[in-house]
Structure formats: structure tokens, C-alpha cells
Design a protein around this ligand. Structure first.
Ligand code: TYM
Length: 334
């Protein structure tokens, strides 16, 4: 029998701000699917985070459900794990307020995601975009996780969550467990196909991102068009960002080492290599898509998962929140 008490805990989430990319899959989701057997897992769709950037309400609603269906399609079992929508568990917003009083303006100003996003959305540099890492710290700390499985770009946010937790623990005695980031060996930072020096992102609607729901033809077209240097040798080397990225993608999907890949494509040129990457990715995505199509068409089951998930998540989250309220000195009638 599984004993939830002796298992370590993990928590992670994805913003439903578009369709998930192979970056989200290789950097995070795929790891979650393998970790679910050994950990007590909380996986959340972080809808509160998504509105730091303007969203079309009907699309956001749809993307929330699509993200959950993708969690299921990559093999995350709703019976084994707690799957929930962030906005269904009010403790996230409540703890975020308390933690914001223990987070410094200076440390938030140093966050690279804030700098990037405020440059991209210069007409809407709202307070939520700035305090985003505090909400993320609340997401994490409420569940007292040991590990937070994420891609490389979230490392800085986990570091600030650790700093906030340490600061709070220092003032009030041990309240939060200090979590560690957990990143995959291959695929922790997948780059854009059209601009291989920037991260692949959900918001890039051009040819730079491969989405988990892209059709086979689109996947093949995007990967064949991926920007590479003017050489022809399939070799991992500094400055060959495009080829390095395609090698990372191929390695993450096939489990082959860079050395194996270099041997496999020795003398074959970029064209043959791109086609192999494209077909490998398209095959993997078509398996995910077949499952996705089944899950997304059963809204009743998705709703049931969310209702049960919110109950389970709230139970744990409220325990932590009550402890925090007591420590900071809020009066309680219970
Ligand atoms: P988000 O929605 O941008 O991305 C979700 C997950 O995918 C990873 N990821 C990538 N990995 C490799 N290569 C890429 N190009 C790539 N792009 C994204 C991210 O690292 C992440 O693991 N702030 C978070 C969401 C969040 C969260 C949390 C995560 C909110 N609260 C609590 C963990 C714990 C974000 O914007 O992820």
C-alpha cells in the first residue's frame, strides 16, 4: 500500500496563457509524469498568474481546461495526484498577500522574467507582473514541498521563494519547508526555433515554438525551417545555437546522448538531421494528441477532477495558511 506520509512532496504548475509547447513538456510535464510514482504530487493550472498579461476571457477559460487535459494526456494520473486550478483554492491569493509583506522591492526588481515581460508588454507593466514571484512563492510554500520540478527559467523564482521562506522562518520560527528546484538533465531550456538565443515560449505564435497540439505537417514544417548556422556538421559546439537546440530536443525525445547523435548524423548534413528531429517530435506529439482528444471531450470528468483536486489541495493549503495567520498575530475566533 502507498503511504503518502513517507513520500516526499512536489508541487508545480503551468500558466494557461496559451497552448503548451514542447519546452513546457520537456522542461516540466514529462518530469512530473515520471515523478508521480514516487512523490506526493500537487499539479496546478496557475490561472491567477496568467492575468498578469491581458487575456481574452473566453480563451483563458478554454486554455485552463486544455492545460488540464494536457496534464492528463502526458500521463499524469488524477487518482494518484492532486490536480487543481489555482483560483479554486483561495489560500494562494491569501498567502501571497502575507508574503508580499516579507518580500523586498529590491529583490523583486532583480527578477529577469519581470524585466523581460515588462519590456514585451510596456503598455501594461502592472503591479501583478511585479509581485508575480510572491504569488508563486505562495503556490509553492502552501504545500510544504521538498522539490519543485520546473524548467531552467523558473530557477530564479524558486530561489526567491526560498529566500522569502527563510526570512519568514527566521522571524517567526520554522513555518515553511525550504524547497529545492528540480530540473531535467535534458530539456531544461528549449530555445526558439526561429531565434535560438531566446527561450521557446507559449506566446510566440510564429514558427519559433512547437505546440503540443500542432499537427504533424506543422511540426515538420517548423522544424525543417529552424534557424541554423551556415555549416553542415551535426556537432554540439559553442555558437551553434540552432543545432545545439535541435540536438537537445532530439536527445530529450529519444534518450540518445549528443555523442550518439553526432555519430548517427556523421556526414549526413543538416537536412537529414532536421527531418529525423521533426519526425521524432511529430510521432511523440501524435500519441499525446490522441489522448488529449479523449480527455478534452469529457468536460464532466475534467470538472470532477477539478472539484476533487480543489478539495484536497485546500485541505493542505489551509493548514499552512492557518499556521501563518497564527504566527503573524491575526486574531482567530476558533
Ligand atoms: P510557465 O507556464 O512559463 O512554464 C511551465 C513550465 O515549463 C517550463 N518551461 C520550459 N522548460 C524548458 N524549455 C522552455 N523553453 C520552457 N518554457 C517553459 C517552465 O520552467 C515551467 O516549469 N511561473 C511559472 C508557473 C508557476 C509555477 C508555480 C511553477 C506558477 N506557480 C509554482 C512551479 C511552482 C511559469 O510561468 O511557468
Amino acid at each position: 500500500m502507498e503511504n503518502q506520509n513517507i513520500k516526499k512532496t512536489i508541487l508545480s504548475g503551468v500558466q494557461p496563457s496559451g497552448t503548451l509547447t514542447i519546452g513546457n513538456y520537456l522542461g516540466a510535464l514529462r518530469n512530473w509524469a515520471t515523478m508521480q510514482y514516487d512523490y506526493n504530487c500537487y499539479f496546478c493550472v496557475v490561472d491567477l498568474h496568467a492575468i498578469t498579461v491581458r487575456q481574452v476571457p473566453a480563451e483563458l477559460r478554454q486554455n485552463c481546461l486544455k492545460t488540464l487535459a494536457l496534464y492528463l494526456a502526458v500521463g499524469i494520473d488524477p487518482e494518484k495526484n492532486t490536480l487543481f486550478m489555482q483560483s479554486h483554492v483561495p489560500a494562494h491569493a491569501e498567502l501571497a498577500w502575507v508574503l508580499s509583506c516579507y518580500t523586498m522591492f529590491g529583490e523583486l526588481s532583480r527578477m529577469t522574467q519581470f524585466k523581460d515581460k515588462s519590456a514585451k508588454h510596456s503598455d501594461n507593466i502592472n503591479a501583478g507582473l511585479f509581485t508575480y514571484p510572491v504569488l508563486m512563492a505562495a503556490d509553492i510554500l502552501l504545500y510544504q514541498p521538498d522539490l519543485v520540478p520546473v524548467g531552467n527559467d523558473q530557477k530564479q523564482h524558486i530561489e526567491i521563494a526560498r529566500d522569502i521562506a527563510n526570512r519568514f522562518n527566521g522571524v517567526y520560527s520554522e513555518t515553511f519547508k525550504i524547497p529545492e528546484p528540480y530540473m531535467p538533465k535534458a530539456g531544461a531550456r528549449i530555445m526558439s526555433l526561429s531565434e535560438p538565443t531566446s527561450k521557446m515560449s507559449k506566446s510566440d505564435l510564429g514558427d519559433g515554438s512547437v505546440f503540443l497540439l500542432d499537427s504533424r505537417d506543422v511540426v515538420i514544417k517548423k522544424i525543417k525551417r529552424a534557424v541554423t548556422d551556415s555549416g553542415s556538421e551535426v556537432k554540439y559546439a559553442e555558437g551553434k545555437d540552432g543545432i545545439n537546440n535541435l540536438m537537445s530536443i532530439y536527445s530529450a525525445f529519444t534518450g540518445k546522448s549528443f555523442e550518439d547523435i553526432e555519430k548517427e548524423f556523421d556526414g549526413k548534413g543538416y537536412g537529414a538531421f532536421k527531418l529525423a528531429v521533426a519526425e521524432t517530435v511529430a510521432d511523440s506529439l501524435s500519441e499525446i494528441q490522441d489522448k488529449y482528444n479523449v480527455f478534452i471531450s469529457d468536460k464532466e470528468q475534467l470538472n470532477k477532477i477539478l472539484i476533487e483536486g480543489a478539495q484536497k489541495a485546500s485541505y493542505t493549503a489551509e493548514k499552512t495558511l492557518r499556521k501563518v495567520y497564527r504566527k503573524v498575530g491575526f486574531y482567530s475566533v476558533k
